[in-house]
Ligand binder design. Structure first.
Ligand SMILES: Cc1cc2nc3c(=O)[nH]c(=O)nc-3n(C[C@H](O)[C@H](O)[C@H](O)COP(=O)(O)OP(=O)(O)OC[C@H]3O[C@@H](n4cnc5c(N)ncnc54)[C@H](O)[C@@H]3O)c2cc1C
Length: 826
């Protein structure tokens, strides 16, 4: 009997672990039963009863029509009753975009070979030349203090350069006069610009994100494309896209703005058109836009277009010089000075062919927006966050070496080191995620869930990095002025958190909510069978999806348990992966199985209510997100050629992500509404307790060290950012001071020792270097080197001060002379 029980348990684990087909379970069951009747020497009646039960169960499981009749169809009936109805806009949002690596993670069995086989994204020579040429140039000509304090906008010559060089048309194909860049190049440009000026990067980012160009490319009529795309590419049109209104922010599908199809006078003739009324706010580039992409709900009460009266959300392109369009006023979003403001119109008549795609696309606006959302969301905010991270990593490391307190560079004080190490490691992970996500877009994906993960986590990590950087800079980060390189970043970070799907909503509603339906191997099939199909077709489809779903859940549960019992030793590792990261792939396999099991059981236990349980779904989203961030980090290490110096960063990132995921699971289990199920889940997922540990302090030190030393690891970590040139540039002087400080450290050491040994006595008003030179303790060359370092250091630690009016009167007078129109607004 012991042998039978052992064989039965072993068979269960093996079959479940490998998600064996029902037939394999049947054969194993038959063999076990035969073995049992042999060893137990049952009487013939018992054998007959057991055999009959086995045959009935076997028939039920293997004969599909019977299985459907007895099992799947009743479940389908219940499922249909409890599955909440989805609105058309919800459906369109859920269906939008594609699934990619997120589906592998959701399966609970990510194939790491597949991940590493995805080619590493690369820039073309032309794209690299653009980054090294116009992109460097525009950064050099942009002075962020001038932008934010004097012009309250990009200066006119910068705007002109941006338009002339095609920055506004990076996503527009060459045949329309655009740059036709890859997503990776688009991302590299926005990243570099973000390391120089927020207004510069946002002004370039928005026309290349979800807006008129992207919508025209996918849905525009030939006439619309041929007219607008070349003009947008060359900056002859400045576009904006207006969806948000005072009543509809996150719930954008509920916009009250409306248009009514009607006939009216257009250019002296009667024309079919719409009278549109809208009131929008927060629209980036709106105040200076010449072309307004407008979303509103279209109604056709006179049936001029067809039978339907409420056609739905519609997108149109409206030249802003159209009579009745009110545009031009500005918001001031936390002192960020990219152009942003409200616009409105009342009963503005516009021809029907202003609808993007023409009248056939009336009412299809939400589908169009959702369809195009993922590409822009994969790039804009994730990329600008990485730009911010790289810039702050480099300058904060440099500043921490230049700035000393308690006779020690502050970066070497453990408390500062902790923050610095975090900055370095997060920057590595963010860049890895940026590249992998842009690479997905270049492979033709519109990764809906991944773009939400990238948007949420990159902006949140950027917020963490800015906070760390501000703390390290102390007062120097707080007092704004031309010599403050961190304060403006701190001011604008909430903008990234709020736009393109505010972060709380993105975390709690989109990442897991959309992921559970789109990325799950069976849920969408079950939902479609229940809601969109009928009769036999629905029965067959549901039966197949549902029974596979059960096998999938059991398999993931068993795999999570086995990995938990064996410290992930059986977890899959990539064939050609580096030896030093193999255990991280194993751990991630364990986490993926645990996540998939937990996700399924949560959906089963909470059903439709899980949508409202945002604390649970947010944490489930966190686990999925951590798996994606780890995947990107490990792949980046491989794609970059396994640089051993980067290993501390990888170790910190992976441990931090696994630990965070474990924390999220623990929180879910502690708050799981069905307590016995929570206990079962805990035993399955953490059979030997919670084993993932946070990053070690020693790793944190190694990460911090990378930012405190010039070298290849630091350069690789911050590659692609703009580094200020020359000592008149605030970040240029910091870089120079950093190098000078390090070069001078042996001299400083000499001076310290001389004081300690009493070889020189400090004199008020005379600096150490001069004293040492007087006593011939250092050479003239050393003295010159020390003086130069001191000059640079003093420049770096200097904080700006202003006259009472912060110089506004003088600035306004100068701008009036230059006749800069936006200065008046300022
Ligand atoms: C500087 C700036 C630039 C912008 N540019 C543009 C633009 O060019 N075009 C455009 O159309 N719009 C633009 N927006 C609008 C932006 O997309 C919205 O601000 C955003 O959608 C959030 O809307 P809201 O500000 O009204 O916040 P609300 O919708 O009022 O949200 C408030 C809070 O509630 C949370 N929340 C809402 N619903 C849920 C939910 N179901 N579950 C959990 N949490 C939820 C949100 O996450 C947020 O934290 C811009 C906004 C800003 C500030």
């Amino acid at each position: 009997m012991i042998g039978f029980v052992a064989a039965a348990i072993a068979a269960f684990f093996v079959l479940a672990y490998f998600q064996a087909p029902i037939l394999a379970w049947t054969v194993a069951g038959g063999a076990l039963l035969a073995y049992l009747s042999m060893v137990a020497a049952f009487g013939s009646t018992t054998n007959i009863v057991l055999g009959a039960v086995f045959l009935v169960v076997t028939a039920l499981l293997n004969l599909r029509p019977l299985r459907r009749l007895v099992f799947s169809d009743p479940v389908l009936g219940i499922y249909r009753r409890i599955l909440p109805d989805m609105s058309q806009t919800e459906k369109e949002a859920i269906d939008a975009g594609t699934v990619w690596w997120d589906a592998d993670l959701f399966s609970g069995k990510p194939d790491w070979n597949k991940l590493l086989a995805i080619p590493a994204p690369r820039l073309s020579a032309e794209e690299q030349a653009f980054l090294d040429g116009p992109c460097e140039e525009v950064c050099a000509m942009t002075n962020d203090w001038e932008v934010t304090h004097e012009y309250y906008d990009l200066p006119p010559h910068v705007w002109q350069y941006v338009k002339d060089k095609g920055f506004l048309g990076m996503i527009i194909p060459k045949k329309y006069g655009g740059l036709g860049f890859s997503a990776l190049a688009h991302s590299a440009v926005v990243m570099k610009l973000s390391t120089r000026s927020n207004a510069l990067s946002v002004s370039v980012m928005v026309p290349n994100s979800l807006g008129p160009a992207e919508l025209l490319l996918h849905y525009g009529t030939e006439e619309q494309k041929n007219y607008y795309l070349p003009r947008l590419a060359k900056g002859l049109e400045v576009p904006c896209f207006a969806l948000t209104s005072p009543e509809a922010g996150s719930d954008a599908a509920s916009i009250p703005d409306y248009g009514v199809v009607c006939k009216g006078q257009w250019q002296g003739k009667e024309a079919l058109g719409m009278r549109v009324t809208w009131d929008k706010r927060y629209i980036t580039l709106g105040p200076i836009a010449s072309l307004l992409g407008l979303a509103f709900r279209l109604y056709d009460p006179e049936h001029l277009l067809g039978d339907q009266e409420d056609l739905g959300i519609t997108c149109a392109l409206v030249p802003t010089n159209t009579p009745g369009v009110n545009i031009g006023r500005r918001h001031l979003p936390l002192n960020a000075v990219f152009q942003n403001g409200p616009n409105s119109g009342k009963d503005v008549f516009m021809p029907i062919d202003w609808i993007i795609g023409g009248k056939d696309y009336a009412g299809k606006g939400w589908m169009m927006l959702m369809g195009c959302l993922a590409a822009g969301r994969s790039i804009s905010l994730p990329t600008s966050s990485v730009g911010g991270a790289k810039g702050l990593a480099r300058i904060t490391g440099a500043y921490s070496r230049v700035r000393s307190q308690f006779k020690t560079p502050i970066g070497k004080l453990e408390g500062v080191e902790e923050a610095l190490g975090r900055i370095a490691a997060n920057t590595y992970m963010m860049d890895a995620t940026r590249i992998m996500t842009a690479g997905a877009v270049d492979l033709g994906e519109k990764p809906a869930v991944i773009s939400a993960i990238a948007k949420y986590h990159m902006t949140e990590r950027a917020r963490r990095i800015v906070d760390d950087s501000m703390d390290i800079h102390g007062g120097k980060g707080i007092c704004l002025g031309p010599n403050n390189w961190v304060g403006r970043g701190y001011q604008v970070i909430p903008v990234g958190i709020t736009v393109e799907g505010a972060n709380i909503l993105t975390r709690t509603l989109i990442i897991f909510g959309q992921g559970a339906i789109r990325c799950h191997p069976y849920v969408l099939r079950e939902m479609r069978a229940a809601k969109d199909m009928e009769g036999k077709a629905a029965s067959i489809e549901f039966d197949d999806a549902f029974t596979s779903h059960i096998g999938h859940t059991i398999s993931n549960g068993v795999r999570a348990f086995v990995h938990g019992m064996t410290s992930s030793r059986l977890g899959q590792v990539p064939r050609d992966g580096a030896a030093e990261t193999r255990h991280y792939f194993r751990f991630s396999s364990r986490l993926a199985a645990a996540f998939a099991f937990l996700a399924d059981v949560s959906m089963l236990a909470m059903g439709g209510a899980l949508k409202r349980k945002e604390k649970i779904s947010g944490r489930l989203g966190d686990v999925l997100s951590m798996l994606y961030l780890v995947s990107a980090t490990l792949k980046h290490y491989e794609d970059q050629g396994r640089h051993k110096e980067d290993l501390p960063l990888i170790r910190w990132v992976v441990r931090d992500a696994l630990y965070s995921a474990q924390y999220a699971i623990d929180q879910i289990l502690s708050n799981f509404p069905v307590k016995p199920v929570a206990r079962l889940l805990r035993w399955t997922i953490f059979p030997l307790g919670m084993s993932f540990r946070p990053p070690l302090d020693s790793r944190n030190r190694e990460c911090a060290q990378m930012l405190l030393e010039p070298g290849i690891a630091r350069d690789r970590l911050t590659a692609g950012m703009y580094i200020g040139k020359g000592e008149s540039d605030p970040t240029g002087v910091l870089e120079a001071a950093f190098l000078a400080t390090i070069a001078c450290e042996p001299i400083d050491e000499k001076l310290r020792k001389a004081v300690k040994k009493g070889k020189m006595t400090l004199r008020p008003g005379v600096d150490l270097g001069t004293l040492a030179r007087e006593k011939d303790l250092i050479s003239q060359d050393e003295y010159s080197q020390w003086l130069r370092k001191e000059t640079l250091r003093k420049q770096v630690i200097r904080v700006d001060d202003f006259p009472q009016d912060f110089g506004r009167a003088e600035i306004l007078a100068r701008l009036a002379q230059e006749r800069v129109p936006t200065a008046k607004a300022a």
